[in-house]
Design a protein around this ligand. Structure first.
Ligand SMILES: Nc1nc2c(ncn2[C@@H]2O[C@H](COP(=O)(O)OP(=O)(O)OP(=O)(O)O)[C@@H](O)[C@H]2O)c(=O)[nH]1
Ligand SMILES: [Mg+2]
Length: 323
């Protein structure tokens, strides 16, 4: 017991509070502790008994290693659910038992969760990329960021906007078009986007902005789906759903459900800089089989976009930001 208390203090500091104690076979003791830190407290409350696979200490007391406790805290801090955290920790413990530090083991495990989105072969054809999603999530800004990436890789890019609804929306994209020196087509509903796609045949990529719509606005989302489908008959068209990491789980679910009619290729997760809890959105994507193509972490169109990768995933889940 003395040794277990010493270890509790080493992990949680002098404030360590014992929530419960339990004798284990072989004469050891398991303590559930909290340091009055809400995250540690939550862990302690959710795991009142010894984790499976924890090794009894030589003198009979039982505890998780400090680095494993640290991994659990980091994952919870990034917004992951306790179920998800325990599922990650299972393989982490196995890798850790082979002598790897728990943080490195966790980075390996989390990296393996990332699924690289497939990219269609488009040589010689116009590719049309549209961004859709709820209001204010960063669609237009993400489109400008995509243009920056594409221009850097030598593609000929044009913008089109279907957002003639929100005041100032066309001017917002026009400002980016001027800075980046790319043409801008303004299209209204119906067949106009399909005609724009035909007109933009000399470009490699046409980046299409759309009006933000609330997930309850099924009428306009359905109209948008119809217009994009028509345009998709004239070129390879991929739709990205743009979602903000700063949104709550309910907003994410409502957006996913409402926009599924557009059959998005994958997601762009924005505003990961505005929250420490981007892990919640990434867990949501994994749970719903949504691939992530890009991650955005700020307003700067030149620097704040990252192609999603295993290491970005690990950064967000274990550090709360992209390094
Ligand atoms: N912090 C942060 N802000 C962002 C990010 N992406 C976009 N923003 C900001 O979010 C605000 C809204 O961005 P927009 O690109 O206009 O969003 P939208 O989805 O096009 O909005 P609507 O067209 O009105 O639906 C702007 O102030 C952007 O600068 C991001 O990754 N991080
Ligand atoms: Mg917009």
């Amino acid at each position: 017991m003395d040794d277990a208390l010493r270890r509790a203090r080493a992990v949680c500091g002098d404030q360590a509070v014992v929530l419960s104690q339990e004798s284990v076979a072989g004469g050891g003791v398991t303590l559930s502790i909290t340091d009055a830190n809400p995250i540690a407290g939550e862990v302690a409350k959710k795991r009142p008994s010894a984790p499976r696979g924890s090794r009894p200490l030589p003198d009979g007391s039982s505890s998780e290693s400090a680095d494993l406790v640290e991994v659990r805290q980091r994952l919870l801090r990034s917004g992951c659910s306790s179920d998800f955290v325990e599922r990650v920790l299972g393989p982490v413990k196995r890798i850790q038992s082979q002598g790897t530090h728990a943080i490195d083991a966790a980075a390996q495990v989390v990296s393996r969760l990332f699924k690289k989105p497939t990219s269609p072969k488009t040589s010689g054809n116009l590719r049309v990329l549209s961004v859709v999603g709820p209001t204010g999530v960063g669609k237009t800004t993400s489109l400008a960021k995509l243009a920056v990436l594409l221009i850097k890789s030598g593609r000929r890019v044009a913008f089109a906007t279907m957002d003639t609804y929100r005041v100032g929306a066309v001017d917002q994209l026009r400002a980016y078009a001027e800075v980046l020196q790319v043409p801008l087509y303004v299209t209204h509903g119906g067949d106009e986007l399909a005609r724009t796609v035909d007109a933009a045949g000399d470009f490699d990529v046409l980046l299409v902005d759309t009006a933000g719509r609330s997930p309850v606005d099924t009428e306009n989302i359905t109209l948008l789906a119809r217009d994009l489908e028509r345009a998709g008959k004239h070129a390879i068209l991929d739709t990205y759903i743009v979602l903000s990491a700063a949104s709550g789980m309910d907003a994410l679910e409502r957006a996913r459900s409402a926009y599924s009619v557009l059959n998005p290729r994958s997601a762009i997760l924005t505003k990961v800089d505005e929250t420490q809890e981007s892990g919640a959105a990434l867990e949501f994507f994994l749970r719903n089989g949504i691939d992530t193509s890009f991650l955005c972490d700020g307003q700067d169109v030149h620097n704040n976009i990252h192609r999603a990768s295993a290491s970005c995933f690990a950064d967000l889940l274990l550090m709360g930001h992209i390094s």
